[in-house]
Every structure is written in C-alpha cells, then in structure tokens.
Design a protein around this ligand. Sequence first.
Ligand SMILES: Nc1ncnc2c1ncn2[C@@H]1O[C@H](COP(=O)(O)OP(=O)(O)OP(=O)(O)O)[C@@H](O)[C@H]1O
Length: 201
Amino acid sequence: MLEARDIAVLRGERMVFAGLGLRVAPGEAVVLIGTNGAGKSTLLRTLAGLLTPAAGDILWQGENVADDPAAHAARLRYLAHADALKAGLTVAENLAFWARIWGGAPREALEALGLEPLAELPARMLSAGQRRRLALARLVLAPCPLWLLDEPSVGLDAASVDRLGGLLRRHRAQGGMVVAATHVPLPLDAVRELRLEGYGA
Ligand SMILES: Nc1ncnc2c1ncn2[C@@H]1O[C@H](COP(=O)(O)OP(=O)(O)OP(=O)(O)O)[C@@H](O)[C@H]1O
C-alpha cells in the first residue's frame, strides 16, 4: 500500500498543493487530472521520492519512504515527461543498459512495444512516439510494484495505446499499482481519479 498523508509541496517559493491525501492498494490505479500547472507532475515526483514534501509523509506499507530512499527507488518505475534515453545507443542497447540495472529480457520488452523493426536504430533517430514506446518498454523489463507515469500515452499511435493498455492490465493483475497523470483518457479500467486544483495555476 502506498499512502500520501496530508502532504504539502513547494516548488521554489510557491505552494503547489497542501493537505493532499492519496492511498493506492495493490492492483489499483489512480489517475491524476487537472489543468496545466495544477501539480500532477509535482505529485508524481514527490511520490517517486525526488521531491521532499514540506509537510506530511509518504508511506509504503506504513513505513516512511524517506527513512530508506534507496529501497523506495528500487520498488518503483518513474516515467517522466522526458524519456531519459541514451541518444547514441540503439533501441536494443538502451534496453540492454536498463536490463543490466534492473534485470529482465530486452527482447521481451522490444516485442511488448512492437519495437523489433527499430532495434538497431540509434535512439536519436526515433520519432516522438517511437521514443515514448522505448521509454515504456523499460516497464516490461523487470516486475516492480509501483508505476508512476507522467502522460504515458502522449504521442502514441492507436496500436501502441492498446499495447500500453495490455501492460497496465498485466501489471495490475499481478498486484502492481499505477499512479498516472494525464489530460486524455488512458487505457485503464476501474480507475480512481484525483483532481488537483493547484493554487493559481
Ligand atoms: N522546476 C520547477 N521550479 C519551480 N516551480 C516549478 C518547477 N516545475 C514546476 N513548477 C511549478 O509547479 C507548479 C505545478 O507544476 P506541475 O509541472 O506539477 O504541473 P502539471 O499539473 O503537471 O502541469 P501540466 O499539465 O502542464 O504537465 C506550476 O505552478 C509550475 O510553475
């Protein structure tokens, strides 16, 4: 169980949100919605342990994640706006790089996102949607309980949105949790929505 308890987060001098609570149980998905600047990415970064709340706590199985940041980092995958690819490496080499860190089979990850025809292409030659598919393929490499996804479907064609839906279903069926920010409907069943209002966004 992931829980955010009464958290407030500042960026620069400004309060982005305060008094925010969130609970995600195994198999559950929560979608973050709200206008530009409402704080969706900020909340994802905070849940990922990359921003420290000014007030409140983030708990995993009741333990404060700040007590063991390395353990928290190891239990999550955070897909940010930026795809964090190695531009000079091929698609297959990018996945092999992450497989060395997390384990898993690059070939399976390639297939899951339909990337086999692009395997030998340097990442710098990919289109925006192809880059997003490669970023998503990393989720397939090794099981991990918590997926934090920032606008995961942006730039994807219809077939790739279907593939993303399959990944999300499989992850949740295995007890995985999803928190995703989005402006468009995601291929997710039975989601809870959390609307962020922001302060003067
Ligand atoms: N690096 C930063 N430094 C200071 N303030 C920031 C930074 N990044 C974001 N902010 C501010 O934090 C607030 C929330 O931004 P955030 O990116 O979380 O919004 P969002 O809901 O994800 O927006 P969008 O829908 O545009 O992606 C905004 O007011 C923004 O100006």
